[in-house]
Design a protein around this ligand. Sequence first.
Ligand SMILES: [Zn+2]
Ligand SMILES: [Zn+2]
Length: 295
Amino acid sequence: MKINLHTHTYRCGHAIGSEEEMVQAAIASHFEILGLSDHIPLPHLRTHLIESIPTSIHRFHDVLSIGKAFLYNGPGMRMPYSQKQEYLSTIQHLKEKYQQQIQIFAGFEAEYISEYLPYYRELLQHHEIDYLILGHHFHRFVTGSNNYTRYPISSQRVHLYVDEAIEAMQSGLFLYFAHPDIFLKGYGKWDEVAQSETRRLLEACQHYQFPIEVNGGGLRDCAYTFNQEKLQGYPNVYFWQEAKNYDIPILLGLDAHEPEHLGQEAIHQLEDFAQNQELTIITKPDFQTYFKHWQ
Ligand SMILES: [Zn+2]
Ligand SMILES: [Zn+2]
């Protein structure tokens, strides 16, 4: 594994490690390319949270999680918007400092949320970042009850996930699709809906030649049950067995939330999964095409 474009930092509130510690860990593991892609900070997050209230509160826990996000203006899911500049200038500095050892890219992992698309577009157009990856954790509002991974989500939600993912591909804003199968963690079973929606998603990925990621983060989530079996919700073996039947570029992403997640053990765990599923992995995503789009 020579490239990892899915890396977080302490700034999001649920990861450990500074930008530099992540870079050093990647160098120690002989990566050639490292992309930092922390959960995207959102401007006017507090207004966004307030607007979510009529549709987002279903139980007491939702009040707490919205309250907490409001109070900290970001963490535990994402850094406060006020830290964006520091995150980006730190990466800029590291690009130069370590240029002999590793190539570094600056990015974010972002949900497809229509309200924020102009912001995403601006980040790319003004070259504030090199890339965005689509990590579609939430429907419309970044709050707990809108989280696609929160079991159990309905079949309508699964349908929405796929609809939104297809719109995201069409937007041209994203380099690739992180953990495309993450909705299966929320849905929790492999039935006709899961299968037909997986196929609809994969058909679109094939049509747009939108690369999909086998995600190492889910492999760390070992005490999980899917379809009443001892299986992770993602990366999901049912999903990846379907994916094999399509012509879609597949890449690996460690989804590192601490420096150790860039180490040999995590790399082997992820490579083993891909090998067991007999997936063909591309070693370098086509940055060239993507960058051309934003010049
Ligand atoms: Zn995270
Ligand atoms: Zn991630």
